[in-house]
Design a protein around this ligand. Structure first.
Ligand code: ZN
Length: 638
């Protein structure tokens, strides 16, 4: 296992980022639908069959094609608000959304990139059904920029606009379901050069890019609105593309694990060479072990055999012990082989002798299996149970992966898991094949327009931090958190109208409180700026209290389109005041008559805590304390 504290410059780590951020423009990129997602049951569904032609297969992986050539049925779900005939591919796309272009150009200028003279929309073939057209529309807006991150200049290769794809909502195999609400939401793509040299730096660069994007105040927020792809390589390793990191905090971990994984694979390569393995020894010689496992106690194997499936086994010479060796946290060569077998052979998984006897497979069965395939103590055996066709394809993929292990790190596209590990996704595609989108006219960017944009660029994030500290007396941490959140604009709007809640408390609510809610699974991104502003207005007018805000936000996140007032009513969080409050205080005094008798005005602290705890979120602490002091004084005086 790799030690901690890897010297990243020594291993030649290089990382490039590709950041995708959804924009909160008024309409989508190629039509006038609202860029938002709908919940609940779809009002419209329609079916398409995709049969990609051979000519489209430039960058398509054979396994996906294998499925699709059988004619996959795709069920699309839609509603009227978030999609129209454009998303359904029944009407040509409208011209590029000028608001999205403006945001992209603004970002480009903030990153010192050179805008193109003319924006040309291109089509990029996509055959997984996530685009109703069979391609994704994309256009380069600017090239060759740079940003400064902790004293280093990081090159920005290009800034582009893309349409987001439909989102998968279910189905496997021959029927897949997609929801087209997300299709056509503008995405801005920012790509850095592959110059980042450590996991920590990767995270800092991603953060810096995110800050510039948010400075435009035109980005969507919430889960899934920002997605990072990473390119990671080390010296002697390979360029690995990692797709779909959704949490910024995860980037350094993903990079760290990938560097370790590549190092671990290089160690396995060296070990195999030391054991004297040559590629010709790894052979596609598959043995039928069905008979051997006929009486097995392993439930998975038994079920497969009862269904008439075959058990096929292959010897991996000199691999003993290497399949189960941990190469990075949670990642092993055996698991990589299983991923490949699943992908290419459509099997559920593989068995290998490094982890046996286990799962009901006995030592005796392992011995007999080794004899069957002619394996010695230095060798490993991999086997699968499935149809002859699938099992054969799966073992072929395992043999291929074994050969690659002897060469080092195979180039591939991997997908990020939520714990920072990655899994095999597909082979690395060749350069994307692009075709001009003839339905959309190119857009000229004239110099005058650029100058106008350059004269009104948003405040840079660092400047915003300084201003917030000065203007609102926020500490540096809170000011930074606010700039890193998507709520800076809203913060200033709230403090402009709010008298009861201090700027510091507003900032803490929009950052720390919201973060805690998100951690508890509340989708805060569902709550609109207008709703949040209304909640602060309700606090301001004395309808409810500051303490009630988290509960109200939680309720609003689950009740789309309802008002803050409705939330306060539904939750019973209206403030107790006037006669009701006086009655409440008197009741508490009676209930605690003994304490009051013994301690007199000294009981204040105890009683205040008691009341606020019992009626949390429904009382204005200041009013209660005044009333309580007054009543205690009276009692004492009696
Ligand atoms: Zn539309």
């Amino acid at each position: 296992m790799m030690s901690e504290g890897v010297d990243y410059s020594k291993i030649g780590l290089l990382v490039g980022l590709e950041c995708h951020q959804q924009l909160a423009t008024r309409t989508k990129l190629f039509c006038s639908c609202k860029p938002s997602l709908f919940k609940g049951e779809p009002k419209i569904t329609f079916v398409r069959r995709l049969r990609p032609t051979q000519s489209e297969l430039g960058q398509v992986d054979p396994a996906a094609y294998f499925e699709f050539k059988k004619g996959v049925r795709i069920l699309y779900e839609a509603d009227n608000e978030t999609s129209c005939l454009v998303e359904m591919d029944e009407e040509p796309p409208h011209p590029l959304n000028p608001e999205a272009i403006e945001v992209a150009l603004t970002v480009a200028l903030m990153m010192n990139a050179k805008p193109v003279d003319e924006i040309h929309v291109m089509r990029k073939t996509v055959i997984d059904g996530s685009n109703t057209t069979g391609f994704q529309r994309t256009c380069v807006v600017a090239l060759n920029g740079s940003i400064e991150v902790e004293g280093r200049t990081v090159p920005i290769e290009h800034i582009s606009l893309e349409e987001d794809a439909a989102r998968k909502t279910g189905g496997e195999g021959f029927e897949i379901r997609y929801r087209i609400d997300r299709l056509g939401i503008p995405l801005i793509e920012v790509t850095t050069g592959p110059v980042i040299r450590s996991p920590r730096e990767a995270q800092r660069v991603a953060l810096a890019i995110g800050r510039i994007l948010r400075a435009t105040k035109k980005v969507r927020r919430g889960i899934g609105t920002i997605r990072q792809d990473l390119n990671v390589s080390i010296r002697d390793g390979a360029l690995i593309e990692i797709k779909g990191v959704q949490e910024l905090e995860l980037i350094s971990k993903v990079v760290e694990y990938e560097a370790k994984r590549q190092l671990g694979l290089l160690e396995i390569r060296d070990e195999l060479k030391k054991r004297g393995l040559v590629e010709e020894e790894i052979r596609e010689e598959f043995h039928d072990a069905t008979e051997l496992f006929k009486e097995t106690g392993c439930r998975v194997l038994k079920r497969a055999i009862n269904q008439g499936k075959k058990v096929l086994a292959v010897k991996l010479p000199k691999f003993s012990g290497l399949l189960s060796r941990e190469i990075a946290p949670g990642m092993r060569l055996g698991r990589e082989m299983a991923d490949r077998a699943r992908f290419w052979g459509r099997v559920g998984g593989i068995f290998h002798t490094d982890e046996l006897p286990a799962y009901g497979v006995t030592e005796d069965e392992v011995d007999r299996l080794k004899r069957l395939v002619g394996a010695g103590p230095e060798d490993a055996v991999v086997f699968v149970a499935d149809s002859l066709e699938n099992a054969t394809d799966a073992l072929r993929a395992v043999v291929e992966r074994a050969k690659e292990a002897l060469r080092g790190v195979p180039e591939e596209t991997r997908a990020a898991n939520p714990d920072g590990t990655t899994r095999y996704m597909r082979p690395r595609p060749g350069a994307a094949r692009m075709y001009p989108e003839t339905d959309i006219p190119p857009i000229r960017i004239d110099e005058e327009y650029l100058q106008e944009l350059a004269s009104k660029l948003p405040e840079l994030p660092e400047e915003a931090v300084k201003r917030l500290m000065k203007e609102y007396n926020l500490n540096e941490k809170l000011a930074n958190q606010l700039v890193d959140s998507e709520y800076l604009g809203l913060f200033e709007e709230i403090v402009r109208v709010s008298r009861r809640v201090s700027p510091r408390a507003v900032a803490a609510t929009l950052t720390e409180t919201f973060k805690a809610l998100r951690r508890d699974g509340v989708d805060v991104g569902e709550v609109s700026d207008e709703q949040i502003l209304e909640v602060f207005r309700l606090v301001d007018s004395g309808r409810t209290t500051k303490e009630a805000i988290p509960e109200i936000i939680t309720w609003l996140s689950k009740h789309r389109g309802r008002s803050g007032e409705e939330a306060v009513e539904a939750l019973g969080l209206t403030v107790i005041s006037g006669d009701d409050l006086r009655a409440l205080v008197d009741r508490v005094l009676q209930e605690n008559a003994e304490v009051v008798r013994e301690r007199g005005e000294g009981a204040f602290g105890f009683l205040m805590g008691y009341i606020m705890k019992r009626f949390r979120g429904r009382l204005d602490a200041k009013v209660v304390s005044e009333l309580l002091r007054e009543r205690l004084k009276n009692i004492h005086g009696e």
